[in-house]
Ligand binder design. Structure first.
Ligand code: ATP
Ligand code: MG
Length: 561
């Protein structure tokens, strides 16, 4: 029988392992996981997957999750990133309580572990240059060669390592290496470096250290120090696992975490490597880490993504060992699903065409009731203002319409949302023949959208009063990259960027939207979901399009059924 979660989906392989360990009393019935980002960039949606797994599995088993900054690379880390990581994890809806740790707090302990390895003859100071190390390492098909410094005595190694720490040697002139097996088929086991000399300022330890532990050494030992039971990570670390086990076994550490690997989350038309994201930011190809086109959590938040939508999407992608690229349309599908429930409706016209209601009194303002959210009765209603001059969407009028065009055309009648039926009586054009204005009449008997004489209209369009509305900056986003998988493209990153990924227009918004505050979410009826941007000022509101209304994913699914 396949075990199932509470929502009747089959349990994933990581949850099955944890469950098994609990049943067998492994780790004294405890579950302690960690999310270990390196603070060298902002978190992205791939990290959200790791966060949901780490925090989710621990919480389901009455366990705890540590948030640990894996900060062992002094050149790239920064406190700005630490703060953003904390902020984003909280925003996603998870809490580490008081379990915030830093690998840099373990530097002294890690140094002692390295000394211990030297003492048991399992580490040595090596003077090979980086090029020589590479040459000695061998290849996937050929074994490596032993370093001529491999058989230094324990005393000599202890002395040299202490002097490395004391700053007696230039950067890069020596490394401390684990003494394992230069013939191992696993290249990571061929005497990997565990300490290197680098006179770099560290954002937390300042200039206290001039030697820094390598990631592979620091990461697994930090897990052990913290008593992590299940060290869940992505597949690329599978091949490092024997090395992690080796360190912990050699040092005879009591706490030996079980490492479990899963496939990374990848998305189409996106890059997810922090190095590439940093490149986008540094070169101003985007407007910062929180540019709404970025796959970063802060960018997605600014775009109007909710934590719920992201978590639901991440869950839908499952946990497997197969690398796959998920379609952005799937992520957008979950966003629409969530915003449909929570976003207040409003009317805005993005490509305006003026309409004059010739039989409506000049200067008169009529209040009409509009529903705030048909999905949520508690959201109530608001007033929209009907006046002689209005704007409608240019696309909602055609002078010479094809058969199935049910919107406005000369002599045709259409329903204005929450308002009246209007009929196009006259089309006003400029000297070049462009339509600049429509003259229409309205039928006062159709208030609320139905006609007492039973007359039907097929189309309902949105509109905004020209005199009771306001203008706003509307930012329309599309995929940041043209190609499905820019990471595998031959082109330079900058040449893969979609030149139409951001279009800015001035839209006409209904009056109620003047109350919008940054972060507030709306559905502009018939157009899409929008989020009020922090760039907004009292003089000029700015809205980001979160996602259009069209759901290509639902369609794909339906076709497939
Ligand atoms: P990059 O390779 O872009 O620099 P990273 O994996 O090195 O990213 P870390 O800060 O080390 O970034 O990541 C913290 C944790 O998040 C790691 O455990 C990593 O496995 C996980 N993670 C990173 N990217 C993804 C992804 N795309 N899908 C799932 N988990 C991810
Ligand atoms: Mg990493």
């Amino acid at each position: 029988m396949v075990e199932e979660n509470s929502n009747n989906t089959p349990i994933d392989f990581i949850r099955a392992i944890v469950k098994d360990d609990l049943k067998n009393g492994r780790f004294n019935g405890k579950v302690v996981t960690r999310f270990p980002p390196e603070p060298n960039g902002y978190l992205h949606i791939g990290h959200a997957k790791a966060i949901c797994i780490d925090f989710g599995i621990a919480a389901e088993n009455n366990g705890v999750t540590h948030l640990r900054m894996d900060d062992t690379n002094p050149t790239k880390e920064d406190i700005e990133y630490v703060e953003s990581i904390k902020n984003d994890v909280k925003w996603l809806g998870f809490s580490w309580h008081d379990k915030l740790f830093f690998a840099s707090d373990y530097y002294e302990q890690l140094y002692r572990f390295a000394v211990e390895l030297i003492k048991i003859g399992k580490a040595y100071v090596c003077d090979l240059t980086p090029e020589e190390v590479k040459e000695y390492r061998g290849t996937l098909t050929e074994p490596g060669r032993e370093s001529p410094f491999r058989n230094r005595s324990v005393e000599e190694n202890l002395d040299l390592f202490a002097r490395m720490r004391a700053g007696e040697f230039p950067d890069g002139s020596k490394t401390l290496r684990a003494k394992i097996d230069m013939a191992s088929p696993n290249i990571h086991m061929r005497d990997p470096a565990i300490y290197r000399i680098r006179r770099e300022h560290h954002y937390r330890t300042d200039d206290k250290w001039c030697i820094y532990p390598m990631y592979d050494f620091a990461h697994c030992l930090s897990d052990s120090i913290e008593g992590i039971t299940h060290s869940i990570c992505t597949l690329e670390f599978e091949i490092h696992r024997p090395l992690y086990d080796w360190f912990i076994d050699q040092l005879k550490l009591e706490s030996h975490p079980k490492q479990i690997e899963f496939a990374r989350l990848n998305l189409t038309n996106t890059v997810m490597s922090k190095r590439k994201l940093l490149e986008l930011v540094k070169n101003n190809y985007v407007n910062g880490w929180d540019d709404p086109r970025m796959p970063t959590l802060c960018g997605m938040r600014r775009r109007g993504y909710t934590p719920e939508a992201i978590r639901t999407f991440v869950e839908s992608t499952g946990i497997t060992k197969n690398n796959a690229i998920f379609d952005l349309a799937l992520l957008e599908h979950y966003l629409r699903d969530d915003l449909n429930k929570r976003a207040l409706r409003a009317m805005a016209v993005l490509n305006p065409l003026k309409v004059v209601i010739t039989n409506f009194t000049e200067d008169k303002v009529e209040e009409l009731d509009a529903v705030n959210n048909p999905e949520d009765a508690d959201a109530g209603t608001r007033k929209v203002f009907f006046t002689r001059e209005l704007y409608i969407e240019r696309d909602d009028f055609m002078e010479d319409p094809p058969n199935k065009f049910y919107r406005l055309a000369p002599g045709r009648e259409v329903r204005l949302r929450y308002g009246y039926f209007i009929k196009c009586e006259n089309v006003v054009k400029d000297a070049e023949g462009n339509v600049v204005e429509l003259h229409c009449t309205y039928d006062p008997a159709t208030r609320g959208g139905t006609s007492p004489d039973g007359r039907k209209v097929k189309g309902t369009i949105h509109w905004v009063s020209a005199t009771e509305g306001a203008t706003a900056e509307i930012r329309l986003y599309d995929h940041l990259f043209i190609e499905e998988n820019p990471a595998e493209s031959d082109r330079e990153l900058k040449d893969s960027i979609n030149p139409d990924s951001l279009k800015i227009v001035t839209g006409i918004i209904e009056k109620s939207l003047l109350e919008a505050k940054p972060g507030m979410l709306f559905q502009f009826e018939r157009i899409g979901y929008f989020c009020c941007d922090p760039d907004s000022t009292p003089e000029r509101l700015v809205f980001n399009r979160s996602v259009t209304l069209k759901d290509s994913w639902s369609k794909i699914q339906k076709k497939g059924q």
